[in-house]
Ligand binder design. Structure first.
Ligand code: ADP
Ligand code: MG
Length: 252
């Protein structure tokens, strides 16, 4: 934490103060029935994440990271409490409006990359563009996808299928795919869980660079504490509770 220069700390805090809210959770709880018992996966979580932030959700396995990301990503709903996404009360949205919001505004990155094996890297990145904007000319989708693959350093491997790419390269394709739809938020659930430590760092660095270059908010989860040192804000989950919300430079 002490490695951050006062200038960077000032910039991070200034950006946070100016930021529009991307997602706000107020008193969010979520439980699951498990046989005769109830698992309290999230307990009374209140947190706000602003435009342009890069946030790591850190906690051990079972601490509620995926459940929290599913709430933020409008995939699951709280039992108690409320969520505002892009300043809209999620409770006021119909199912169609909700999935439209999710498809247009949120890019997802997964632990196991979730690429389509029979498609090239380029076709994988083109796919959500074509699904989202039906009628988009092939050539346009191709140009946008190629541009994003170039930005993540895969310009020369665009025609490769995923099985010809390393894990780190596959996750770069997934990050390009998430960004190609021009989202306001990218959610990544343990994006480095299947990568070695060198590739894990490279993926976090790439997300950090994309966050700086595009201003898109990034929220990712990890249980690897070693990945946190470059990320400006950490949310610490413990048994479904928010046990810490720290920013670089504030000595969390
Ligand atoms: P993490 O991602 O940090 O490993 P999760 O959010 O997946 O944690 O899970 C938090 C707790 O909620 C765990 O005890 C898990 O078993 C439970 N849980 C999560 N999803 C479900 C579900 N769909 N049904 C039952 N229990 C669940
Ligand atoms: Mg998880």
């Amino acid at each position: 934490m002490q490695s951050v220069s006062p200038l960077l700390e000032h910039q991070i805090l200034a950006r946070a103060l100016r930021a529009k809210s991307i997602v706000r959770l107020v008193g969010v709880s979520r439980s699951f029935a498990l046989g005769h018992t109830t698992v309290h996966a999230l307990k009374d979580i209140s947190v706000e994440i602003g435009q342009g932030e890069m946030v790591a959700i850190w906690g051990p396995s079972g601490s509620g990271k995926s459940t929290l990301l599913n709430m933020i990503g409008l995939i699951d709903h709280p039992d108690a409490g409320a969520i505002a996404f892009d300043d809209l009360d999620v409770r006021s949205l119909s199912d169609d409006a909700l999935s439209d919001c999710r498809n247009r505004k949120i890019g997802f990155v997964f632990q196991n990359f979730n690429l389509i094996p029979v498609m090239s890297a380029l076709e994988n990145v083109m796919l959500p563009l074509q699904l989202q904007l039906q009628g988009m000319a092939d050539a346009v989708a191709r140009r946008i996808a190629a541009n994003w693959l170039g930005k993540v350093g895969l310009g020369s491997l665009m025609e490769m299928r995923p099985d010809r790419l390393s894990g780190g390269q596959r996750q770069r394709v997934a990050i390009a795919r998430a960004l190609a739809i021009d989202p306001i938020l990218v959610i990544a659930d343990e994006p480095t869980a299947n990568l070695d430590s060198e590739n894990s760092r490279a993926v976090i660095d790439l997300m950090q660079r994309m966050n700086k270059e595009t201003g898109v908010t990034f929220i990712f989860s990890t249980h690897d504490q070693r990945l946190l040192d470059r990320v400006p804000r950490h949310l610490l989950l413990k048994d479904g509770m928010l046990a810490g919300d720290g920013r670089l430079g504030t000595g969390d």
